[in-house]
Design a protein. Structure first.
Length: 47
């Protein structure tokens, strides 16, 4: 088991929770700042 397994599982859990909330009828679309933050975090992690 690699050292990155736990962060990946946690991130996947948050992604599933956000996806579930997005499917709610009262959900508002995510802001562009939120989406840009996710992209920046992924880029930082990969570099």
């Amino acid at each position: 088991m690699t050292v990155l397994t736990v962060p990946v599982v946690v991130a996947f859990g948050f992604a599933v929770a956000q996806w579930w909330q997005l499917r709610s009828p009262a959900a508002e679309p995510a802001s562009w700042w939120h989406l840009a933050g996710i992209a920046a975090a992924a880029l930082t992690w990969l570099l």
